[in-house]
Design a protein around this ligand. Structure first.
Ligand SMILES: *Cc1c(COP(=O)(O)O)cnc(C)c1O
Length: 457
């Protein structure tokens, strides 16, 4: 089979998957043993036909696929894929560009400039901020916090890229009690261990207590990590006060805005991230709320020199700079070679326009509020959080009931979402983050909970 026929048939497999989303169970149905049996076995000595390989892969994987693009997938905080972004992602794969350097992907490199500038403007970030396309918010944290580490140590007269950390002045890092685990992991990779973190207590909604931050901020090199969008409640730290305090203490303010920073794209929700523009660095995902296929996120930095100093690399064989001095993507990312992530982001932004992005965010939040209202009417269901964004947190009678009811709903295939522990008790987390989610999806999901809860009585 020639390549054209192979890709055409594969496109039919992909569209078949997307068209079956509504009738297919949202969760995976196969067990891990079944999937090992379906996909496993020895690697043959001889190869096989390309189409047979792809067809068999699709068949074997099917019961182990999760219908994440479905409008009734509410697990973690995971977006769907906008058709324009999926298509551009395919093209990006076929083009196989590697924008480590401008020379390896001139169009990809310029698409990064363009989409990066659009995004920065959309989210209200300073025009002079530098940016990097990375694989997820986790790598965005690594990028931003490496820049922060460079900056605060340089201010203390220490060149961390040259001298390392062994004899460096200590860096104080202040983090909220309810930060995302990816913050700790990024810091760990940068030589800042868990025991050295100053943990600022959070209020009941998960917001950093600013009075405690004020007391904890002293003198010397410091990094403050704040959050827009707490993973359970969707709550926002008081960014205005935190920015004020950080600036007064000369600390670097990093913002984890994985999904919450998207509130800035909506005139109706922008007030939630007031003060965000005063941070020194920002990390957020495009694979969550912009609904670009995985993996896609960005790191922004208000201090391009620190960003570049922390990330850039040179070697004799590399080709950097040139006529018109193009931006070299590799100077800003922790990755060397990587895929051309800007193309699907570019496509998603052009497809939606400013109004479309705002609408995607606002619609998701409206569905989350509706879900909370309807769930509150289900006998035995208690909605725990004030739905400020797209996250709904709820539970039933006791931990056992909450887990059983969630399992029934997930097993029913109608919807899928994840459980969590909040305030020491089990809860269900429903996150709306998908362009496909409709009022009907919410109604069917709430009905599934009502049925599952009725079995408890
Ligand atoms: C999802 C998430 C992350 C991690 O993002 P990845 O894209 O999975 O690396 C970090 N912080 C918050 C608040 C998140 O929701």
């Amino acid at each position: 089979m020639n390549t054209s026929d192979l890709l055409t048939r594969t496109a039919a497999l992909a569209t078949g998957w997307l068209e079956r989303l509504d009738e297919r169970p949202v969760g995976a149905s196969a067990t891990v043993e079944e999937l090992r049996a379906r996909l496993g076995g020895p690697l043959g000595d001889e190869g096989a036909g390309a189409w047979e390989v792809v067809r068999d892969l699709a068949r074997a994987a099917e019961p182990g696929l999760v219908a994440i693009p479905s409008g009734r997938y509410f697990g973690f905080v995971i977006g769907g894929g906008l058709p324009a972004a999926v298509a551009a992602d395919w093209l990006s794969t076929a083009w196989d560009q590697c924008p480590a350097l401008y020379a390896c992907g001139p169009a990809a490199s310029v698409a990064e400039e363009v989409a990066g500038a659009w995004l920065g403007e959309l989210l209200g970030l300073p025009a002079h901020a530098s940016h990097a396309f990375v694989s997820g918010c986790q790598s965005a944290h690594l990028t931003c916090l490496a820049a922060a580490r460079h900056h605060v140590l340089a201010a203390a007269g220490w060149d961390v890229e040259e001298l390392g950390l062994a004899a460096a002045p200590p860096i104080r890092v202040l983090v909220g009690e309810r930060r995302h685990a990816s913050i700790d992991r990024a810091l760990r990779w940068l030589g800042i261990g868990r025991a050295s973190l100053s943990v600022v207590p959070a209020d009941a909604r998960g917001r950093m207590r600013t009075r405690a931050l004020r007391e904890a901020l002293g003198d010397g090199p410091a990094i403050v990590c704040a959050q827009a969008g707490e993973i359970n409640t969707g709550a926002f730290d008081d960014l205005e006060t935190i920015a004020e305090l950080s600036a007064a203490a000369g600390a670097w303010l990093h913002l984890d805005g994985a999904f919450g920073l998207w509130a800035a794209a909506s005139p109706a929700l922008r007030h939630l991230v007031k003060g965000a523009e005063r941070a020194d660095s920002w990390a957020f995902d495009t694979h969550k709320w912009l609904n670009v296929p995985y993996d896609s996120a960005l790191a922004y930095c208000a201090h391009p020199d620190a960003h570049r100093a922390a990330m850039s690399v040179t070697a004799d064989y590399l080709v950097q700079g040139g006529p018109g001095r193009p931006r070299e993507p590799m100077d800003w990312t922790p990755a060397f070679s990587r895929r051309a992530r800007a193309f699907p982001v570019y496509a998603a932004l052009r497809f939606l326009g400013r109004r479309g992005v705002a609408d995607l965010v606002e619609r998701s939040c409206a569905h989350a509020r509706a879900a909370a209202d309807h769930l509150a009417a289900v006998p035995g269901c208690q909605v725990i959080n004030e739905v400020v964004l797209n996250q709904v947190l709820f539970r039933f009678g006791d931990d056992g009931a909450t887990d059983r009811i969630l399992r029934r709903v997930n097993d029913s295939g109608v919807a899928w979402m994840s459980g969590t522990t909040f305030d020491g008790r089990r809860a269900v987390r429903l996150s709306v983050c998908n362009w496909q989610t409709s009022a009907d999806d919410i109604a069917r999901t709430v009905e599934a909970f009502a049925l599952a809860a009725a079995l408890e009585r």
